[in-house]
Design a protein around this ligand. Sequence first.
Ligand code: ZN
Length: 1025
Amino acid sequence: METFESERAPLPRNMIENSMFEEEPDVVDLAKESPSYPIDSDDAVYEPRSSRLLVRGLGENDLDEDEEDYESSARLLGMSFMNRSSNQRNVASSYTRQQYSESCLKPSTKTTVVGVLILVLVASMIMVIYFLPGCTFTRKGCKKSNSTMDSIYPISTSGEPFPWTELRLPPSVYPVHYNISLHPNLTLMTFQGSVSILVQVLNETKNIVLHSSDMNISKVTFEGKEVHVLEYKPWQQIAIKFPEDLKKGQYVLNINYTAQLSNSYDGFYNSSYVDTNGTKRVLAATQFEPLAARKAFPCFDEPAFKSNFTIKLTRERKYISLSNMPKVKTTDLKNGLQEDEFGKSVKMSTYLVAFIVAEFIGVSNNVSKTKVSVYAVPDKKDQVQYALDTACKLLEFYNTFFEYDYPLSKLDLVAIPDFLAGAMENWGLITFRETTLLVGSNSSSIDKQLVTSVIAHELAHQWFGNLVTMRWWNDLWLNEGFATYMQYMSIETVFPELDMDTEFLNVRFKALTKDALNSSHPVSTVVSTPEQVEEMFDSVSYEKGASILLMLNATLTDGEFRKGVIEYLQKYNLSNTESEYLWDSLSQVSKQNLSVSKMMNTWTVHKGFPLVTVERKGTQVTLTQEHFLLNAENSTDDRLQYIIRSHSSLWHIPLTYVNDSCSVPSSCKQVFHLKDKTATLNLPDQVKWLKFNFRSDGFYIVHYDEEGWKNLIDALKGDVTVLSCKDRAALINNIFALSRSGKVSFRDVLNLMEYIRNETQTAPLTEALFQLGQIFRLLDKRSEFNLASRMTSYIDDHFGSLMESQSWDLESSVSEMTLRSALLEMACSLNIRNCSTQAKHLFDQWFISNKTFQIPSDLMRTVFKVAAQTDEGWGKLLDIYKHSINDQEKRKTLEALASTQDIRKIIWILQRSLDGSVIQTQEFPLVINAICKNFAGYLYAWDFVKENWDKITQKFPVGSFAIQSIIMSATSQFSTKTRLTETQNFFTSLGTNGSQMRIVQEAIETIKLNMRWMEKNLNALQKWL
Ligand SMILES: [Zn+2]
């Protein structure tokens, strides 16, 4: 699966001039029913509150923190209603989410005592159920039956004991083949299903346990005889109990059921869109990864239960149906319906099953023995050709690279109008967002870069994930890290003009940032609960996974990496693996006497990454490694320090370096394997300077002694080309990280940045802009307007002439476009260098010409954001948003709409994107992200998230990447104690509906880091900026 995050480099919009509300806004009661569009009139309903959200000129930090009373200051800031909904949080399992309203009556003492006793009793029973077996959530270790446990089982829906006590299914019964018949009714939004599962009993057992969720099961037969089924809803399991042990052998289990087509984005869900004639069209599609196949048909829904599937779909004649395999037959049924039958699938995991019933049309081409097709809604049929050509080229590449041909005779790529992830790699039927598959006639190479990336990622999954699958979700990185790495590698080879190299470098920086937090986790992590499974779809699995594979490939020589991968695929095709299997295959081909397994385990088993400190005395270089943790220093908590020290890890680092005599070509690279805490490297000759981590191919950061930094900076000031642009970008990235951790002062950061006036390359410039933009936003959100203004001057001073020299014309290279869009977005948001005037001019020309005059696609968002700041411009953009049939243009328009500083409009967008009217709910995370970039709306957005938490988690699963994105967008710019307390209180109040998420720890940690950075640097910034 490809997650869909908003882009990495959100640039600030200057709020200095506009930060004081032109009109003091009344606080809007978010809980009230929203005004229906339009906003342009005065009829938008507002609920003035007695308190103002922000008092003109009074920023949060004007409060004395010592005297700060949380309640009163929160009230002053209009936040007193922040926990209003917390009392209503349900405490049911996140699986069931049963609603109950808590009474507000104050209980008597007696009631309280009785209540506490009951709670203690219930808690004890739960403890007994969960902990007595000692292995409730593990697969291993439960082999011996525990006679004392026989009677302690969960209670099924019917009141009888449910015969299984674990989240993972028992291994005694294995599915061999599924026959699935489904009839979705797109008028009633329901479906009828019947599944016949041929099961193999591996060990004698009295029970068959499998998954099923949200279904009305009408009839179950086993070997043709009707049997009774038990259901335990919290774990989404059903079971059939037999009076006698089932002997080893094969049996047939039949289940008939009905269910609703889901309204969220997983399971078998309904989706709709309005065509260009204004007619509403409906369709049904699937998204099963990770845990939603069980919502479409009862099944053994774990990746290791691979099986064959034969699928039949009943539909009306106007629709087509698609599934993983080619259609083998269509039968006419009564009532004008038709039934499509698809060929028997290859052996695969349940999460890869897929089917669609829709009015799509497609185009096709053949690659070797495979028919490749791209499908979309009819209105967008002229936007599919690019994807088809790209998919064909990449399929050819992978067939050759893996020396293993894609095994199916067809491969469909389908653009779904309503889709949450970026894309999903279902075997033979890959589903995409429209944005990640369709390319319009005026799309730029940057738009194509996104589409190509996602296609390359999903195609790589056909081998990594589909053919060879991780055994359990703890090793999700084997799927995602590999697909992410292959996406960059394949595009660099097949489409070098797309400049994926720089993109991959940014991805590594992003992964480093996240992994430097104490709340991060090892690449391979124990997971049990559904929320933990959802949380694995994060930067560590994808981006760190890809980064450590790059580091390994850069360490191995002579194509050993590819050889090892080919061997791994040959050996484990159609089966399941763990990380170790991959390392073993790579160790076997390595001629360097390198134990890949030993080295790589240090990168997958420990969380975080090392900081390498380099100290040089003449030709002797002392190298030291330590776990780089942003919060490790300055902690006064001895216990925390102890925990950090005792968990500190050693990595096997294939440390690379270059020096002043040879520093840019690959042949200059030298390698030193640092395995211990400290080591000494003796240089053969005297050198002026050393730069470690060549091209930032390794997943670590480097700190030099004072002399080391000075020599590097001096060298760059003399001639920037003494280092590759990736090395220059890495120096910038590393010094900002070191400053954040407190290891260097901000003065040192500015020292390095002095060289930037001579810089012309995309990677270092965009990294510098990203880092400075982040600091600007923190200052801005703290209402440190004076400092923010000085930061603006600093950026103007260092980047201004480059900003001015950018062209606003159509198309240049991807690298040039990436650079100019970053520079101009920054310039327009800071309102410097005449950028806004130019953007406004372009927008007017475009609008007047009825879009025949083109705005370069890479500048569209910048231009639209400027236009969105007036009522007139905003109205025009809303109209464009509603009628555009180009999804990429639409998303840029939406980001611009959300960049408005008009609170009424912000509220309206928030409400419309959550309820899915006008703005699709799939865009809600993007909307939150875009609003939170600006001063005007970020507190409203945060309030909105809190007020609507239950609604949000009904749409997006707890722990999912959408929820991760929403939380980080809303909270990552807080830097005060008030906000910290408030954030902690809110998440604590969620109980089982989110308080345990790792992303919550990450959010809290980020706020604390921001606070510490501000504390340390505010005064320094006054002096230095
Ligand atoms: Zn993926």
